[in-house]
Design a protein around this ligand. Sequence first.
Ligand code: MLT
Length: 265
Amino acid sequence: MIHRISLIAPSGNTISLTAAGAGSALVFLHGFPLTSELWKDQITPLSEHFQVLVPDLRGFGSSDNPYGQFSLSDLAADVECVRQHLAPDKGLHLCGLSMGGYVAFEYWRQYPQHLKSLILTNTKPGGDSAAAVAARQNMAARVTIDGTAAAVADMPLRLLADSSRECLISQVQKMMYSVPAETIAHAQLAMIDRLDFSPLLEKIKTPTFVVAGEHDLLCPPNESEAWANQIPKARFACVPGTGHLTPLEAPSEFNRRLIEFLNTI
Ligand code: MLT
């Protein structure tokens, strides 16, 4: 059975999430500027094996953000609030895509004792280049004037591989257009301030699975494989035919590889 749950975090914001299944907790964190809808094809199949928990990050989807600018550390604290409420006596398997991966790195930094495994998909550990910082600042400034649709107009095309674009573009646009302009701005500024995890990779003792999409332009597979090799207990997989949204573009293949990895923990 799939439930929709709302929790009040210690900082006063409401975290809205989907919960399904029983067993070890498996939390999915969406990317930017997306919502928990990203994981719709993971919920039922994975809930046959796990307690699947899929939050909307602060300000996205049905989760509110009454207190303005947040940091990725705040988003990691929201994940910890989900664990304390819904899986208090268990560790987590934590799976994050892109920005969700940045939050997963941050969760590892703050709460490593609660992690059973990390699944880092279509993401990267490094910080931003000067050009990327400027682009984020530009979007954060423009979005509150022009609105979400104008600010993110070219993103769906860049995130999807050629083969999945036609079939998935309207779903991805719908998710993106639902994100409030202030959340787009807050998330961009939060990502500028994220920590560079590259020097910390060798310290990650948690069993880790790094997943890349063959045609991911934002997190190219050769780069993902190179940083995955620096994590002592990491496995790496590149899913053929997918872009930046591998779990949505090739759900069966992604789920199969994820279950295979989780079965080894
Ligand atoms: C995402 O998909 O979450 C974004 O590409 C992350 C980013 O902007 O760095």
